[in-house]
Each structure stands twice: as structure tokens, then as C-alpha cells.
Design a binder for this molecule. Sequence first.
Ligand SMILES: O=P(O)(O)O[C@@H]1C[C@H](O)[C@@H](CO)O1
Length: 281
Amino acid sequence: MASYEEVEQVTKFLQSKIKTQPIVGIVCGSGLGKLAEEVQDPTIIPYTDIPGFPVSTVPGHEGKLVFGKLGGKEVVLMQGRSHCYEGYPPQKIALPIRCMKLLGVRTLLVTNAAGGINRKYKVGDVMIIKDHINLAGFAGVNPLVGPNDERFGPRFPAMSGSYDKKYRDLARSVAKNMNMESYLQEGVYSMMVGPAFETVTECRLLEILGVDATGMSTVPEVLVARHCGMKIFGMSLITNECIMEYDSTAFANHEEVLQTGKQRSEDLKKFFSKFVEQIEV
Ligand SMILES: O=P(O)(O)O[C@@H]1C[C@H](O)[C@@H](CO)O1
């Protein structure tokens, strides 16, 4: 667990490299990092250059922090994230979000690639996240476990209402204006640690639990962002179908995840530029 002072140290390192003060933080999921191309006047810092920063090891996660302007606002964008299945404790995954907080970020936008559990969802749909289930949390995977530093937030943070209602309404309106309605969904995301994709029975269990899309990230970041009082918006790209039939010969795979990300990247770039332009932070 990084102490407040350690987070402060990483933040000071970042401040020494940048000219701007970001107010919006963005985390790009698997294959979704192309949004970085929209950032104006960028300052790019590879994670490997930042002492103490978790480094992404997965294809589709560039591992760069990009500072600059998007939709007229100062942003910091994570072009790729780290995941618990890479061997990082959730507290380490929390570090970039806490640095964002100390940098002055008030709103966090999180994106991910996810498998569609809801049988009505199609590959290529985008889902506004309205809530999540921290399934990994049932097994104790939660970045808030350990001593609590009140300078970040309270011991017992409320998680209801984490995904800002106004942001979700705005997202629907922006999507409508962009003619995205035919592939827009709103639903519940769940996180398991991975890296194995789900079994058929696990997928069926998630369906019974009310999950619409499942992945291996996002929840640790949202827990930490909520804990330190950030406003949050989340979006999943449905990159693949979850296999719901025992005799199916199809299987989930990372190549399909990246391919779907590529296919939707232009739409998502436009969506987030417009969305950031219009959000109140
Ligand atoms: O970082 P995200 O959650 O977008 O990445 C998902 C989960 C795994 O890292 C990978 C599986 O294909 O995509």
C-alpha cells in the first residue's frame, strides 16, 4: 500500500514534468487507448519513467500517461492500465488514481473492454455503467483494505450512486446526437480478477446476479476514486460474447477484444471528446 507521502512524491515527480493542471482523469481500457490521439498539446510520460508507478504488461495497453487538452478541458489520460491478474495488489492499482486526485482531478472517466453477459447485447455495443458488482471483493480484493488515511477519504465510503446520474444522462444525450443509439446500452459491470475468461457456469451465474457485462478491471479504480470524492463516469465496450452454452465451440480471446476495440475506436474518440467538452466537473 502506498502511503499518502509516497503518493505525494509520485505526484510531485509528475508536476515537475508538466505545465498543466488536469481536472479530468481518463483510464483507457484494452484496445481503447487511441483516445490519446485526440489530446491536444500532449506531454507524454511512459509509466516505466515514473518511480513507483504500476507498469502495464498486457498487449493493447501502451503504458503511457498523457497530459493535455481534450474537449477544451485539461486532462490526464492513462493510455493503458494495470490489472490484479498481472500480479499487482489492488492497492498498487489505486496509486495512479490517488496521484490524479493530488494533481487536482475532480472527475474520473473509466473505460474497459468487457464480455456481454446480457443476451440482448451484441459485440460492438457500448454500455454506460450504472453500477458494478465487486465479485473480486467477495474474495477480499479491494484497494481500500488496510489502514485508512483520512486525507484520502473515510474508512467506510458509500458506494451507492458511484456512477454519476447527471453524467449518465449526458452520455445518453451525446450518444443520441452522434447517432449511436442503435448500439448504446446501460447496465451493470462485474469484475473478476482473471486472467482466465469465465466458464459457462460462471457466465450463467453472472446473468442470474443481474450482470450485463463482465471484465477484469475498473472496479478497483472506481472504489478509490469514490473514496476520495471524485465524480465518476464508466463505459464498457462489449468486445465479445460470453459463452453461455455448454456445447458451444466458440471461446473468448484477447485478439477479438483488441479487434473490436479497433473497430469502435473512431466512434469512441468522437464520443469522449464531445462528452468531456460538455461535462461539469
Ligand atoms: O483493461 P480492460 O478491462 O479493458 O481489459 C480487459 C480485461 C483483460 O485485461 C483483457 C481481456 O481481453 O481485456
